[in-house]
Design a protein around this ligand. Structure first.
Ligand SMILES: *Cc1c(COP(=O)(O)O)cnc(C)c1O
Length: 381
């Protein structure tokens, strides 16, 4: 991410010499795309999360789309999603012709509220997409119970929570399908990239076909079998991730455990400093879980603080701190208002949380001095 000198960005990738070397090695090899590094990255992510299968795709958005395809979402189907998320979560449902139905969040964890989800289930509901907002794993026990009881598929949008845990189970195994992004703002990067993890072999096979135009074999498999013949059995896309990117992913993944620790240490410093500040509310971590801290989100208490959230953001910018807001609620985007008749007032908790939230700088290479600068700015408002 771009940052001007002396200013602290809200997020920043870490690229070391070994990452650079891994990429150069692929450039000098026989395979630039869909070669051995793709399989290796998939296997290593599956191993890291404990899932049976990993399928690499070109972005987190493509991963969400592929998940909606794998579970056969089509026109008339409803999928329950939170609104405090990146638009891609809901867009993936729309790509398949389905209807996203927005559920509200819990006021302290900022996570999709299972009670609200239950109230949105209709005879047309096919699935739920849970978003581990900021890296805080959702209440997967409650969500899995609801899904099972109502014969729904549970998808985890885990773009914020790679490396997180819920009750000693790793993110990537908590739902029927889990979706990751390797955008530079996320925990590990392939520049652009995504992955789906699942224990369901049928879903994994359908996604592999989907990312390659709906063709059942890829170029490398045909080369190995010595055949030119291929068949297209579904309408798919070119959502492939290439070997250059996967080599970067494999190299980055080695450092993920240390980075999760560093993110948690930074979060600990923030929490210690902000805990007793009257105008701040902090995100409540899920019980018995490991927060992956893609983001560190504070909520301004509008009843106590006189400045608006946007005034605070401007002040932070003046002090060289790149704070951000995640996210404008999806149901309030003009596209959804126009096409799905969503409106202000329909998700009171989401809308009220959104008014006060700020994402503070959070990335592994932040120095103690950076952390202190952020703490000083936030505690002296
Ligand atoms: C980043 C992100 C995505 C999309 O990932 P891309 O790789 O940018 O396409 C989807 N959902 C959430 C919650 C995200 O944070």
């Amino acid at each position: 991410m771009f940052s001007s000198k002396n200013s602290i960005p809200y997020s920043k990738q870490t690229i070391d010499e070994d990452d650079v070397a891994a990429v150069i090695n692929v450039l000098k090899s026989d395979w630039l795309t869909t070669g051995p590094m793709v399989t290796r990255f998939e296997t290593e992510i599956a191993h890291f999360t404990g899932a049976s299968f990993g399928v690499a795709v070109s972005s987190g958005t493509a991963a969400l789309h592929a998940a909606m395809f794998a579970i056969d979402i089509k026109a008339g189907d409803e999928v329950i999603v939170p609104s405090l998320t990146f638009a891609a979560t809901a867009n993936a449902v729309v790509y398949q012709g389905g209807t996203p139905v927005f559920a509200d969040i819990e006021p302290h964890s900022f996570l999709i509220d299972p009670t609200s989800v239950a109230s949105k289930i209709s005879p047309r509901t096919k699935a739920i997409i849970a978003v581990d907002y900021a890296g805080n794993p959702c209440d997967y026990d409650a969500l899995n119970r609801l899904a099972k009881k109502n014969n729904l598929i549970l998808v985890s949008d885990a773009c914020h929570s790679l490396g997180g845990k819920y009750k000693d189970r790793k993110v990537g195994t908590l739902a029927d399908l889990s979706v990751f992004s390797f955008h530079p703002a996320k925990h590990i990067t392939t520049a652009e990239g995504g992955m789906i993890t699942t224990n369901n072999e049928n879903f994994a096979r359908r996604i592999k076909t989907f990312r390659n135009h709906g063709i059942t074999t890829d170029h490398r498999e045909r080369a190995e079998k010595g055949t030119c013949h291929y068949e297209m059995i579904e309408l798919g896309y070119n959502y492939r991730l290439n070997d250059i990117q996967c080599a970067l992913g494999v190299s980055q993944l080695k450092k993920l455990p240390a980075w999760i620790e560093r993110r948690n240490a930074i979060a600990h410093s923030y929490t210690n400093a902000f805990n007793k500040v009257p105008y701040l509310e902090l995100q409540k971590p899920q019980e018995q879980s490991l927060h992956a801290h893609h983001l560190y989100v504070i909520r301004l208490n509008g009843k106590i603080i006189s400045q608006s959230r946007d005034q605070v953001l401007a002040l932070m910018k003046q002090r060289g701190i790149g704070a951000n807001v995640h996210y404008p609620p999806v149901h309030l985007h003009p596209y959804y208002v126009e096409n799905f008749q969503t409106k202000r007032g329909q998700l009171p908790v989401t809308e009220s949380v959104y008014e006060g939230i700020i994402s503070l700088p959070m990335y592994p290479s932040m120095t103690e001095e950076d952390v202190s600068r952020v703490v000083d700015a936030v505690t002296s408002l």
